[in-house]
Design a protein around this ligand. Structure first.
Ligand SMILES: Cc1cc2nc3c(=O)[nH]c(=O)nc-3n(C[C@H](O)[C@H](O)[C@H](O)COP(=O)(O)OP(=O)(O)OC[C@H]3O[C@@H](n4cnc5c(N)ncnc54)[C@H](O)[C@@H]3O)c2cc1C
Length: 460
């Protein structure tokens, strides 16, 4: 685009959202990427910061007339390139749409603008008996980003993922239609569920301008057990046993021994694991239990301990409050640890819980076959495993990633459990998804965004 046209674009956008809310020209580095490890930064034409749904709708109308791509952006913490800019397009940053519009303790809901962060919502709910339970480790992520990726996180086994905790949306489609879906009711059988369709659509169908979430009651008491295991198979069987027993830990995470050491060191937390146990452990389970009263908590703890012992856990540590918080914080920061250590790709495949043992064993073989180091953590309570691949050469790294994803799909699983497809995993989706299903997805996209202006080249 020539200088004149760029000036004109800046003027047009300024007329829509105000001059101070448009960046054209040198783009601040933060807006050129998200946190996907395998992607290079891209300079967009500009960044726009709308302040209302009206401004978002006006922007979409302008983009349609000018044939400009729009890439929605929350906080840019995504791990699949969903918010990565596209060349010649605009980034629509929702950071000014950051108001909590209402907290309703009767219907147990909160209504927020999409740029509200998880940390902000948590602070706003601090004085109430309620909390928003979706807990992807990164609290600077926005509710809009969470909706678009169907974010999961550590508490999904008990509380579900974003799609189980969002009741309604306001959104603007790729034609500029501004409308709502859902409402503050618990259930509905009233036709196609647009809320659920938009959750996980990664900004390719509509720009979300308001989110209505369901709140949960906070537990009154909790404890965290760290259990060591010699073998991955034992870990996998213990996870299935905990679930089969009807226990619902609020956190059930698996961490490979090397990962736990690095994470604890990185976070400066001492977990009290003895050197004898550490020397023989290949993996740990981190199990947080919570309850409304001490009796229930102590019953859960007794049951979990018995199951861990029955499944050959070598040692169990009931952490004190400081260690509990420290380990959760360390687990939250696992991404930064593996990034610093040089991970090239993070996969977040998901399989049925019963297939975790096969995934652990098969993924290790895939990595070995391609000369790639693999370190795993994961929200295994819901079958979601995060596998960090360490291999500087992209060819074997991609081959290892591809074979692990094929393995997971073969086990009845899926490419991504929570990070989304974006541009990083798009080639995998295109290669692995059945053509008729891809056609169906493309047909849906063409209804919401017939000009292919919303996040083109992502997901599909
Ligand atoms: C340390 C760390 C830990 C993490 N842990 C987890 C985890 O445990 N579980 C998990 O699920 N994720 C995790 N993530 C990934 C990330 O936090 C989530 O994907 C989150 O939902 C992204 O939110 P965001 O606001 O940063 O969105 P962005 O990265 O800015 O965008 C993500 C996607 O949402 C779209 N989007 C954003 N806002 C809107 C909107 N208003 N309307 C339409 N589309 C929109 C973007 O176009 C993009 O496709 C982690 C990331 C980091 C850095």
């Amino acid at each position: 685009m020539g200088k004149l046209t760029t000036d004109r674009l800046a003027e047009d956008l300024a007329a829509l959202v105000g001059r101070a809310n448009v960046v054209i020209g040198p783009i601040p580095e933060a807006y050129t990427h998200d946190e996907a490890l395998e992607l290079d930064p891209v300079d967009p034409l500009g960044v726009v910061f709308p302040a209302s749904a009206d401004q978002v709708a006006a922007l979409v109308h302008y983009a349609v007339n000018s044939k400009l791509a729009l890439v929605a952006r929350g906080s840019g913490t995504g791990l699949s390139g969903g918010a990565q800019p596209v060349v010649g397009g605009l980034v629509v940053s929702f950071e000014r749409m950051n108001r909590i519009l209402s907290i309703d303790t009767v219907d147990q809901t909160a209504t927020v603008e999409p740029g509200v962060t998880l940390a902000q919502l948590e602070d706003a709910l601090a004085g109430t008996p309620y909390f928003y339970p979706v807990y992807p480790g990164e609290m600077s992520a926005t509710l809009g980003g969470n909706v678009a990726t169907n974010a999961g996180g550590m508490r999904a086994m008990k509380y579900g993922v974003t799609r189980h905790n969002v009741l309604g949306l306001e959104f603007v489609t790729g034609t500029g239609l501004r409308t709502r879906s859902g409402g503050a009711y618990v259930k509905t059988s009233s036709g196609y569920d647009l809320t659920q369709l938009l959750i996980g659509s990664e900004g390719t169908l509509a720009l979300v301008t308001e989110v209505l979430v369901r709140l949960s009651l906070r537990a009154r008491t909790r404890t965290l057990v760290l259990a060591s295991f010699r073998g991955f198979e034992d870990v996998a069987h213990a996870i299935v046993a905990i679930s089969e027993h009807g226990l619902l830990p609020s956190i059930l995470e698996y961490i490979e021994a090397t990962g736990l050491q690095s994470m604890a060191r990185h976070a400066g937390v001492s977990l009290g694991v003895s050197s004898e146990v550490a020397a023989t452990a290949s993996a740990y389970l981190m199990i947080e239990l919570e309850a409304m009263n001490d009796n229930d908590l102590s019953w859960q703890l007794t049951e979990v301990m018995a199951l861990l012992n029955a499944h050959r856990s070598t040692e169990q540590y009931v952490l004190d409050e400081g260690q509990r918080r420290g380990l959760i914080d360390a687990r939250e920061a696992a991404f930064w640890t593996v990034k610093e250590l040089g991970a090239a790709v993070i996969l977040d495949t998901v399989v049925p819980r019963s297939k975790l043992a096969a995934l652990f064993a098969g993924a290790a073989t895939c990595a070995r076959d391609h000369g790639t180091l693999l370190v795993g953590t994961g929200h295994v309570g819901d079958g979601n495993v995060h596998l960090s691949l360490f291999q500087p050469d992209p060819v074997p790294c991609h081959a290892a990633a591809e074979s692990i994803v094929s393995l997971a799909i073969g086990l009845g699983g899926a490419i991504s459990g929570e990070h989304g497809i974006g541009s990083a995993k798009r080639p995998l989706l295109i290669a692995k998804e059945s053509p008729p299903r891809l056609n169906l997805l493309r047909a849906i996209k063409s209804v919401f965004d017939p000009n292919n202006l919303l996040n083109p080249g992502k997901l599909l």
